[in-house]
Design a protein around this ligand. Structure first.
Ligand code: NDP
Length: 400
C-alpha cells in the first residue's frame, strides 16, 4: 500500500497526477496540495475522487503548513512539483514528519537567481541520519539527461570525456512570445550568464552569446545557445573523468528579440520597484501578463528533441553516441491535455516516484539521478511515453 502527496497543481503536476492515477500498482492513493486549491479540485474532478483521495490548500513557503498536510495524509513520499523556491521548506517538512522527498528543480532563493545544489546537498547528513531519501531533479533536464549520462557510462564507455546536453523545442504554439514552463523560473534561468565545465574549472560566457547550429532528429537544424543548466553541476561531480560538459538550448529569432526588448526595458528584473505605492517585482508582473504555459497545449504542433551527446573511450578507441527522445506536442495533448514540455517533465517525476515507492531506487540521503542504476528508469521511459534512441555519431557536431 503506497500513498503519495503531490504538491503543486500547475502544468507539470497535472501530467504527473494523471500518469500516477493510471498506475495503481505503484500509487494506491494520491493526494494533491497546492496554493490555489481550486486547481487541485479541478484535477480531482477530471481524474476522479477514487484515485485522487483528497485535496488541500497549502502555502509551501512555510514548512509548518506542509507539516500539517503531511500529518493528515501520512504519505510514503512527497513529490514537490511547486516552484524551486519551496524546495527547502518542503524538505524540512519531510524531515520533521519522516517522509521521503522528490523534486524536479534545484532550490533557488527568490531574491537572487542562483542555480546550484549547495543548499540541498547540505541536507545530506540530516536525511541520512533520519533514514530518509531525497531524490533531486527527477524531470527531463535535469532528470532524464542525468540518467542518459549514467546509462552511457555504464553500457557504452570505459570512460566518458565530453558531454553536450541539447534541448530543442521544435514546436509552434502560435503565440508571439510565451514560455513553456513557469515564465518567472524560465526567464530567470535563460537570462543568466552562460557557464560550462572545462578541464577542471567552470568557465563563463555572456548570456546566450555562444551559438552552434545543430541538426536535431526529426526536426532539422536549429540555432542552439550555450547556457548553464543545473544538471551540469552534479554530473561533473559524479563523473570526474569529464573534460568538458556543456548545455545547449534552441531559441528562435522572434523569441530572442522579445527577450532582448523585455530585458532592455527592465521587465525581466527581479529587483522590486515601487509602483503606485506598492512594491512589485517586474518579472512577477511579466509572468501575470504572459500566457499561462498550460494554455499553450491546444493546437501546439511539432516536437521536442532533448538528448545527450557523449564522447569517450571504449576498448581503447574514441567514439561518440547521442541518446535522445522526440516528444510530439499534439500527441501529449491527446493523451493528457498537456504540451510536450510539461509532459517530458511530468512523466520522469512519476517514474522517479514509482521507483522510490517500490524500493528499486532506495537509499537514505540526498541524491541526484545519475547516482542510481539507470536501467530500471530507462525501461520505464520506454513504457510510459518517453521512448529513447541511441545512435552512433560518426563525427561529433562539436569541436574539441
Ligand atoms: P507552474 O507555475 O505551472 O505550477 C507551479 C504550481 O506550484 C502552481 O500550481 C502553483 O500554485 C504552485 N505553487 C507556487 N508557489 C506555491 C507555494 N508557495 N505553495 C504551494 N504551491 C505553490 O509551474 P510548472 O508546472 O511549469 O513547473 C513546476 C516545476 O517543474 C518547477 O519547479 C519547474 O522549475 C520544474 N520544471 C522542471 C523541468 C525539468 O526538466 N527538470 C522542466 C520544466 C519545469 P498557483 O497556481 O497558486 O500559482
Amino acid at each position: 500500500m503506497s500513498r503519495v502527496l503531490i504538491i503543486g497543481a500547475g502544468g507539470v503536476a497535472a501530467v504527473t497526477v494523471k500518469k500516477c492515477a493510471r498506475l495503481p500498482e505503484f500509487f494506491d492513493e494520491i493526494y494533491l496540495a497546492s496554493r490555489t486549491v481550486s486547481k487541485c479540485e479541478a484535477l480531482q474532478k477530471e481524474i476522479g475522487a477514487d484515485r485522487i483521495k483528497g485535496v488541500f490548500a497549502v502555502d509551501a513557503d512555510h514548512a509548518s503548513e506542509v507539516v500539517k498536510v503531511i500529518k493528515q495524509v501520512k504519505p510514503d513520499l512527497v513529490v514537490n512539483l511547486a516552484l524551486p523556491y519551496q524546495d527547502l521548506a518542503i524538505m524540512d517538512a519531510c524531515l520533521e514528519t519522516g517522509v521521503d522527498y522528490l523534486d524536479t528543480a534545484n532550490y533557488e532563493p527568490k531574491d537572487v537567481a542562483k542555480f546550484e545544489y549547495s543548499w540541498q546537498w547540505a541536507y545530506q547528513e540530516k536525511f541520512q541520519k533520519a533514514g530518509l531519501m531525497a531524490l533531486l531533479g527527477s524531470g527531463f533536464d535535469p532528470g532524464v539527461t542525468n540518467v542518459y549520462t549514467a546509462y552511457a557510462a555504464k553500457h557504452y564507455f570505459d570512460e566518458i570525456h565530453y558531454l553536450d546536453i541539447v534541448d530543442c523545442n521544435g514546436g509552434d504554439h502560435g503565440k508571439a512570445f510565451a514560455t513553456n514552463f513557469n515564465p518567472e523560473i524560465n526567464i530567470r534561468e535563460i537570462t543568466q550568464r552562460g557557464r560550462f565545465w572545462e578541464n577542471g574549472e567552470w568557465k563563463e560566457t555572456d548570456p546566450l552569446s555562444v551559438r552552434e547550429d545543430l541538426d536535431y532528429q526529426n526536426i532539422g537544424v536549429r540555432a542552439s545557445y550555450l547556457m548553464f543548466h543545473e544538471e551540469l553541476e552534479s554530473i561533473v561531480k559524479h563523473f570526474p573523468t569529464l573534460k568538458r560538459a556543456r548545455f545547449w538550448m534552441t531559441f528562435g529569432e522572434a523569441y530572442l528579440t522579445h527577450l532582448r526588448v523585455l530585458e532592455g526595458i527592465g521587465m525581466t528584473s527581479i529587483a522590486p520597484i515601487d509602483f503606485q505605492g506598492q512594491q512589485i517585482v517586474p518579472l512577477e508582473f511579466l509572468k501575470a501578463v504572459l500566457p499561462n504555459p498550460g494554455t499553450l497545449a491546444e493546437g501546439y504542433s511539432g516536437m521536442t528533441c532533448i538528448g545527450t551527446y557523449i564522447t569517450g573511450i571504449k576498448d581503447g578507441k574514441e567514439k561518440t553516441i547521442f541518446i535522445y527522445n522526440n516528444c510530439d506536442h499534439a500527441a501529449c495533448y491527446e493523451e493528457v491535455g498537456a504540451q510536450a514540455v510539461s509532459y517530458t517533465t511530468g512523466v520522469p517525476a512519476m517514474i522517479g516516484a514509482a521507483l522510490m515507492l517500490n524500493g528499486t531506487w532506495k537509499k537514505a540521503g540526498v541524491w541526484n539521478m545519475e547516482q542510481f542504476d539507470p536501467d530500471p528508469f530507462m525501461e520505464m521511459l520506454n513504457v510510459h511515453g518517453l521512448p529513447w534512441q541511441v545512435v552512433d555519431v560518426e563525427q561529433s557536431p562539436f569541436k574539441k
